[in-house]
Design a protein around this ligand. Sequence first.
Ligand code: FAD
Length: 378
Amino acid sequence: MKQGEIAIVGAGLGGLVAGLLLVKDGYDVHIYEQAPSFSRLGAGIQLGPNVLKIMRRLGLEQQVEAMGSKPPSWISRNGPDAAVMADIPLNRRRDEYGAAYVTIHRGDFHRLLTAEFPADRLHFGRKLTSAVEGDRTVTLTFDDGTSVDAAIVIGADGVNSVVRETLLGEEPPLYTGFIGHRAIFPTARLKDSGFDFDPCVKWWSEDRHIMVYYLDDRQEEMYYVTGAPEPEWKNGTSFLPSSKEEMFAAFGDYHPMVHAMIEASTEITKWPLLTRPPLALWSQGRMVLLGDACHPMKPHMAQGAAMAIEDAAMLARCIGEVGGIGDYESAFALYRANRMERASRVQEVSNANSWLRTQENPDWVYGYDVFNIPLRAA
Ligand code: FAD
């Protein structure tokens, strides 16, 4: 059955932004998402100025700013004694980066993007099982037995991407030996602690860290996400419950301010941190990859979703640049030429977990403007 010129597999942050930009440019776009619906996942997300500039293009910049917290800076502290290792201006340098830096509830941000996308073009409960390219279309088949044809397919289906597997064969992502604990809790639970908490802070020690920020400017909710060693993870398990005991075992030697946050937690989960080596192949024929389907990374720069969103914007820009999807081969080649180096560099720095540990200049990440950067020829 014919249903749309462009099929996007996956309604994560990358897939939705690609869909929104391409609909705005007048394309016939459908998104296919495996989940039957979305729930408000207990996680925060940091959106740098590089992402807010893309929200501006979608007319959503002010809404995102209003929903989230806008920390003046990113503080790096030594875990055991709270000594300041770096103080990197975020919204204090907003004009120079060209947009705000927002920390926000991931579920709220995702819901905002989902609500903007035409509901009759977002198909839930469609788990892709195969993608077969013919002469003029790709046929996508889903686990409910349905299938659709599309002129081009954007694989935005995350770290275990079926589209990627179609292009490159089966190869599970690599478990890095690290997990991320995540918790959101009401800030009111900290009121008797006597501490003055930073709006956005990363606590570091040699092989682990804990990143903490508010999710709104009223400072009603606080979120933390860690990176901590855990030798084993059962392949295929997306996350597991964790506990205050596990957090104290991992961060027992950290400052009492960190202990107060652990004590204030209501529900803690833990997630495997996965990666893949940088990919040389970003597209083949009528299928193209973006985001975690292409370049998953440890999330320590808080730029994983940002790279998915930047990919989406650059892909839409390149399709426009070559005059539409009729010349999809040129569009995909241009897209890869303009994304590969940056995404691979971010992947490398993020995996090394060195970002903003010392007083460095983040301009190359936050100052980037996907719509105005001069394009490099394919
Ligand atoms: P995803 O968000 O994974 O979306 C993929 C979508 O495809 C999902 O909705 C999925 O259900 C769907 N899908 C999958 N398979 C199929 C299929 N076969 N058929 C149909 N649909 C399918 N990044 C940041 O920028 N800032 C942060 O602060 C941050 N913190 C993080 C903290 C942790 C602990 C972790 C693990 C990651 C963090 N990241 C962060 C990284 C970020 O979550 C990812 O890089 C980002 O979600 C990738 O977006 P995506 O759209 O490529 O994929």
